[in-house]
Design a protein around this ligand. Structure first.
Ligand SMILES: [Zn+2]
Ligand SMILES: [Zn+2]
Length: 322
């Protein structure tokens, strides 16, 4: 609500108070308004997508059967619980573990947590590749809207800087002509708020670009993901280019538009160390080839990325992908 009203006000102040009332030259007015609307449109579009994109649900295979849930609750020792979870997880493409090596289980959702997913107490459910719950957009930032969120930050900066710089000459003019009414105050606020928000957004945007380049979520930057082979802070890191493609897709034309282009299904993620079993992966170097199996093989997960979890310890065969 706060951001929406701020946006509404800035739109009014910029279009009416600055462009219509203060800018005198017709050409300048037209140029100011044209670029403003272009930036405003893409910024609001990214914002809208970040807020209203529902997090994708955890696939049904990850939910325990009623019998398993019962057994789990009645299990007397932790070892028995561990075994029940391990058995249920056997056919699932799960690599991540808890700190003590168990399968990650959500008691509230009664499901095994897919890799990189976490339970959000605000949303009340498990969220795929959860980054954080963002009060500014009143939504979880996660696999489904992470790209929109990063674009929202980026276009937010562009919007703030554009407003600040185009209103600057009129703001400076005020020192000569003085304040005569509300319009001058609005222009002053446009300039200062634009600058202020740009600075804070730059920090956040930079941080998320950094995280994207390392293929980490905010949660993972605080807590190192644990794999079957031990903790690995760079477990999902595939190299900067591939990391960006994972979030933004590989179609250049729509990479910077708030259209969903993230690769994968949010459930399985390629890790930097592949084992030698996944020959078909070694055959296909990048782009869709890496992911096509996941899309075609939604329920079986057969032959997908984590095919060889239980065979060769992946860490022994370190092959840099890409
Ligand atoms: Zn949950
Ligand atoms: Zn949430």
């Amino acid at each position: 609500v706060f951001i929406s009203s701020l946006l509404g006000w800035s739109y009014y102040a910029y279009v009416v108070e600055l462009c219509i009332k203060s800018v005198e030259s017709g050409v300048q007015k037209a140029l100011y308004l044209m670029f403003f609307h272009l930036i405003f449109l893409i910024f609001v579009w990214s914002y809208y997508q970040t807020i209203f994109t529902e997090p994708a649900p955890v696939p049904s295979q990850f939910y325990l059967s009623a019998v398993d849930v019962d057994d789990l609750e009645n299990a007397e020792t932790e070892d028995v619980q561990r075994q029940i979870l391990a058995k249920a997880a056997k056919k699932l493409p799960i690599l991540c573990r808890t700190m003590n090596g168990c399968n990650r289980y959500c008691e509230k959702c009664q499901c095994l947590k897919p890799d990189r997913s976490h339970h959000c107490s605000v949303c009340g459910r498990c969220i795929l590749k959860m980054d954080h719950h963002c009060p500014w957009v009143n939504n979880c930032v996660n696999f489904s809207n992470y790209k929109f969120f990063v674009l929202f930050l980026g276009y937010g900066i562009l919007y703030c800087l554009y407003v600040a710089f185009t209103s600057m000459p009129y703001f400076l003019q005020l020192f000569n002509v003085g304040f005569r009414g509300a319009a001058e105050f609005q222009i002053m606020f446009l300039f200062f708020l634009g600058l202020l928000f740009a600075i804070s957004l730059v920090c956040l945007f930079g941080y998320h670009l950094f995280l994207t380049s390392r293929n980490k979520s905010t949660l993972e930057s605080f807590r190192t993901p644990m794999f079957t082979t031990g903790p690995d802070p760079h477990g999902f890191n595939l190299g900067v280019k591939a990391n960006f493609q994972e979030v933004f897709g590989d179609q250049r034309e729509i990479m910077c538009l708030p259209i969903f282009t993230a690769m994968g299904d949010g459930v399985t993620f390629p890790t930097r160390c592949l084992d030698l079993d996944s020959e078909h992966l070694l055959g296909s170097n990048h782009g869709n080839g890496r992911w096509s199996d996941d899309a075609d093989d939604a329920d079986g997960y057969g032959g997908s990325l984590h095919h060889g979890i239980n065979s060769v310890p992946p860490r022994l065969n370190t092959i840099r992908h890409l």
